[in-house]
Design a protein around this ligand. Structure first.
Ligand code: AMP
Length: 424
């Protein structure tokens, strides 16, 4: 028997209401913030990710699904969507539009990771990018939009971690100080950090090994090395976040290890850390990215949230979500073809009136059909038996109270649709 490939999941009907609920909220918020949807291909030229995420990173070196297609072109299933959106921005000349161009996406992402709870090989991200503007209000707005999603869907117990990692002018000075500090502690740090010190010193601050934590805590802080423009940008971003009422904590350890990231970095995390995968979403400013893709220097900022992790949180917190696919009316019938004919006609009228309608099939007894209707959780069951065929009526049963009443067949669809929308 085949099984879904390791690290992938089927999103079964029972889970779909959670997904619909989250995606509806995400799209609603994007509209409120002036973002337009973009969809990019599931795969891109492998070079795009080497250039953007970077050849020396774990994502590109160990986690991409890359292959040569039949004509020998090197292809990568996208491990994230920022690079693809920036590629589209350049390819379609969006720099000629009013800036910033605000784009959002909902897309599968693929990373060859070790699967565990909340970490998959195919997962889905909702994310957004505001490209072409460096004003700190855009940073504050990006953090606010990210934060609003969790608020909108009703997940509690989260906060925003915020930091500034400077820019090309001030970060080299910071990295120098960081490296000098770590050289003094090189015998105390874990093996991975010895490698990071040589290859990607900013990532030293990301280390999760307990023995390294005191060293990280006492390390030089990015915020102490910011140049004046970066300092002013960070202060302004914070003041707008205060104005927007978004709660955040400055986290000096928060960095992004890629050169194109600048200034604002942020994550949405649980207040109480549980397990390893803590971030439910992460974002940052990437003023160097478009240039790394051969565009003119163009600032940008974005955010991405894993939808699976949001759904896990909704379930863990017992958030009730509506199910738009829930059948509302069950039509039960007994009495041979005449009853069935009436039932079929009524089903069509109910569906025309936008009512989710389940038509009973086969020759099961009314009692069995009623049991089925009950299990389905419908609001109303319509019963059509021999008597009802004679009188051209239906028996309408309100499942919650057990009350029933006869109504004229001709009026049934209209009356039921009216009741379902709150009428009497
Ligand atoms: P990143 O692009 O690594 O900053 O990830 C952004 C967000 O995507 C994370 O905060 C997670 O919510 C989600 N995410 C990243 N990797 C995975 C994964 N392997 N499985 C599920 N969700 C993920």
């Amino acid at each position: 028997m085949y099984k879904a490939p390791r690290g992938t999941t089927d999103i079964l009907p029972a889970d779909q209401p959670y997904w619909r609920y989250v995606l509806d909220a995400a799209e609603r918020l994007c509209r409120r913030y002036g973002y337009q949807r973009i969809d990019t291909p599931l795969f891109e030229d492998a070079g795009l990710f080497n250039r953007s995420i970077g050849a020396g990173t774990d994502i590109v070196e160990k986690e991409t699904y890359s292959f040569d297609d039949r004509s020998g072109d090197r292809i990568t299933l996208k491990p994230e969507s920022t690079a693809a959106v920036c590629r589209a921005y350049l390819e379609h000349g969006m720099h000629a539009l009013a800036q910033p161009v605000k784009l959002y996406y909902i897309s599968p992402s693929f990373r060859y990771e070790r699967p565990q709870a909340g970490r998959y090989r195919q997962f889905h991200q909702w994310g957004f990018e505001a490209i072409g503007e460096s004003d700190p209000t855009v940073d504050a707005e990006a953090v606010s939009l990210a934060w609003d999603l969790y608020k909108e869907v009703g997940i509690t117990g989260l906060t925003v971690l915020l930091n500034s990692i400077g820019d090309a002018a001030c970060r080299p000075g910071y990295i120098q100080a960081l490296v000098a500090y770590y050289r003094d502690h090189v015998n105390e740090v874990c093996g991975d950090c010895k490698v990071r010190l040589e290859k990607n010193p900013l990532r030293l601050l990301d280390c999760k090994v307990p023995q390294d934590q005191p060293i990280i805590a006492a390390a030089p802080k990015t915020s102490e090395y910011l140049c004046d423009p970066c300092k002013a940008h960070f202060a302004a971003t914070r003041s707008y976040l205060d104005a927007l009422g978004v709660p955040y904590t400055i986290e000096h350890k928060l960095v992004r290890g890629l050169d194109y990231y600048t200034r604002t970095v942020f994550e949405v995390v649980p207040l109480e850390k549980t397990g390893q995968q803590t971030a439910v979403g992460a974002g940052g400013r990437y003023d160097g990215l478009i240039e790394a893709l051969d565009g003119k220097p163009t600032p940008g900022i974005g955010f991405a949230a894993g939808i699976e992790r949001i759904v896990l949180n909704l379930k863990a917190q017992g958030v009730a979500v509506p199910n738009p696919n829930q059948p509302q009316v069950y039509i039960a019938h007994q009495g041979g073809d005449p009853a069935r004919q009436q039932a079929v006609r009524l089903s069509q009228r109910l569906r025309d009136a936008d009512v989710n309608t389940w038509l009973g099939f086969g020759d099961r007894s009314l009692k069995a059909q009623l049991r089925h209707a009950n299990n389905m959780g419908v609001t109303y069951t319509v019963m059509i038996g021999e008597n009802e065929v004679q009188t051209r009526e239906v028996l309408l049963k309100t499942m919650a109270t057990g009350a029933d009443e006869h109504i004229m067949l001709e009026q049934a669809a209209f009356r039921i649709a009216h009741k379902l929308t709150g009428g009497v």
